[in-house]
Design a protein around this ligand. Structure first.
Ligand code: TNX
Length: 537
């Protein structure tokens, strides 16, 4: 019963079996609960009311109810047990139940690894009166299944004090796997420094929507945010301020390891970015010898772009880049290292190409695969490199063609169109945070596009996924980040995960509205866009 993913959206007719199933489910839940618990709130969340939309749903008749006696039964495998404990950690505070994680028993909530058509991140969820079974080929698949289970429970499950329940999961089966392997979110920790705890909080929010990549923009004109042992002033001096002139900050190597560890406990890889050859004022200010004229500029706390460049002809530039890449590659278990390459307006085209020709092999030498912003396609992308497209609908055709040509020649693409999923763009003219250079981006605009057809001419196989960047010129507190990310981030996650055939704004906005009580329970600030039918406050 596997459904084949389509790369083009199908016409907007709802799939009849799914719709019928949902109706049946709602009806049967109503009958089952009549006379016991309060009917309206007791109907369990329909299996297809989650974000990202699951690939395939078959409703069943009887829900599963978590009770004081429920056990979480896991395979005898340390990683599966870890996912079981993570689930218990979510359920225990709000249910008040002990929910022991055990390796025995056949009822309750079961987490099992088994071969099947799940790929590296897919899963199956089966729910009936006696058990909920999560099955996947990998711990990552089980972790994503846990996020699905979480969204199938009432929003109050997210609270950290005991709530009344009941805790029912609709009966039936979900079979699910992602459309794309790269589903990312970026945090710019350079314009405003974000603490390790802020990054962890965001990681937890990403995990809820099955995002598997955290891209950290670790350096820019306003700050260098990671300790480099061989060039210590980068962090201690180059990291000592930020936009607006505040104290800035940087991650020690242990801080960074802790972010990587925490991300990996949520099955996210970290992609570190050192932006080069432009966006380098913090480095140039820290070491005079990196400048062509040998003079260090002052630190910079404004928001202009395009004024700085590493000195392309000097050999010391490549000693510097080699040291930085080596030390960051050593700390990074994931395969990718992002070298930026955007807005190098102070680097000649010739120098830009020469720089990329020398730097990309250094990334390979330290065992990593290059990612660059799509301007990298104006040079010669290394074999296997990925280009991150951040253009707009209105980007000049020649620039899009250059990206498409690279894709045809084997460069993979990550799609981050700025007028769609730049999370720092204002929603409308009244948004008090954010920028508007790519226009206003309301929720429907951010959701309503198809990564598979977005760049006409790019081979479908070149599209590796979607990433939602968050630039922080105007953002500092977690509440700021959340206000910009919610509700647009779940849409980016759905574009990366769900089959194109599920794409439909009218049903999506209802699913999105249903997330709001969960955000409230989690303390997440969000924008109550007038485009979404939110529940009353
Ligand atoms: C463009 S996107 C930039 C960043 C800014 C951002 C603000 C990109 C690769 N470069 O330097 O922070 O716009 O939205």
């Amino acid at each position: 019963m596997r459904r084949h993913h389509r790369t083009t959206p199908r016409p907007r007719t709802p799939r009849l079996p799914r719709l019928l199933g949902t109706l049946l489910l709602v009806a049967s839940a109503g009958v089952l609960t009549a006379g016991s618990a309060p009917a309206a709130s007791a109907a369990p969340v329909p299996l297809d009311r989650i974000i990202p939309a699951p690939a395939e749903v078959t409703p069943g008749a009887t829900p599963y109810r978590i009770t004081a006696g429920t056990r979480i039964r896991v395979d005898d495998d340390p990683e599966v047990r870890r996912v079981g404990e993570y689930l218990a950690g979510i359920l225990r505070p709000s249910t008040g139940y002990p929910l022991p994680v055990t390796t025995t028993g056949a009822a309750g909530i079961l987490l099992r690894l088994a071969p099947g058509p799940y790929g590296t991140e897919g899963y199956r969820l089966d729910s009936d009166a006696s058990r909920v079974t999560l099955t996947a080929a990998t711990p990552a698949g089980l972790f994503h299944a846990v996020q699905t289970l979480r969204q199938l429970l009432p929003p109050a499950v997210e609270k950290d004090t005991v709530q009344p329940g009941p805790w029912e999961v609709a009966g039936g089966t979900i079979t699910d796997r992602p459309r794309y392997g790269y589903r990312g979110a970026m945090l710019d920790v350079a314009r405003h420094f974000l603490t390790v705890d802020q990054v962890k909080r965001y990681i937890d929010q990403l995990a809820l929507y099955k995002i598997n990549t955290l891209h950290l923009h670790l350096s820019d004109d306003q700050g260098w945010r990671i300790a480099v042992g061989s060039w210590p002033r980068l962090a201690t001096y180059g990291g000592s301020t930020q936009v607006g002139g505040g104290p800035g900050g940087h991650y020690t190597k242990d801080d960074y390891r802790e972010i990587v560890r925490y991300a990996s406990s949520r099955f996210l890889q970290v992609v570190p970015e050192i932006d080069m050859p432009g966006h380098t004022n913090a480095a140039l200010a820290s070491y005079a010898e990196l400048n062509c004229d040998g003079v260090a500029p002052p630190l910079y706390t404004g928001t202009k772009v395009g004024f700085s460049s590493l000195c392309v002809p000097k050999d010391i530039t490549y000693d510097f880049v080699d040291d930085v890449i080596r030390e960051i590659a050593e700390l990074t278990p994931g395969p990718y290292l992002h070298i930026g390459g955007d807005e190098a307006h102070s680097t000649s085209h010739e120098d830009y190409v020469a720089f990329m020709d020398r730097v990309q092999p250094l990334v390979a030498r330290h065992g990593k695969t290059v990612i660059g912003w799509h301007q990298l396609t104006g040079a010669t992308p290394a074999p296997g490199a990925l280009a991150q497209y951040w253009g707009l609908d209105t980007t000049a055709p020649a620039e899009k063609e250059q990206v498409v040509r690279a894709a045809k020649n084997g460069t993979g693409l990550i799609l981050s169109p700025a007028d769609r999923i730049y999370l720092d763009m204002k929603y409308d003219k009244n948004t008090r945070l954010g920028l508007a250079w790519a226009g206003y981006v309301e929720v429907q605009r951010s959701y309503d596009w198809d990564p598979g057809t977005y760049l006409p001419g790019a081979p479908a196989s070149a599209i590796k996924g979607v990433e939602a960047p968050m630039w922080t010129e105007t953002l500092q507190a977690s509440a700021d980040l959340e206000y910009m990310a919610f509700p647009r981030l779940p849409g980016a996650a759905e574009l990366g995960w769900s089959p194109a055939s599920t794409h439909d704004w009218d049903t999506y906005k209802v699913r999105l509205a249903a997330q709001a009580p969960r955000w409230d329970a989690l303390g997440i600030t969000y924008h109550r866009s007038p485009q979404v039918p939110w529940p009353a406050l």
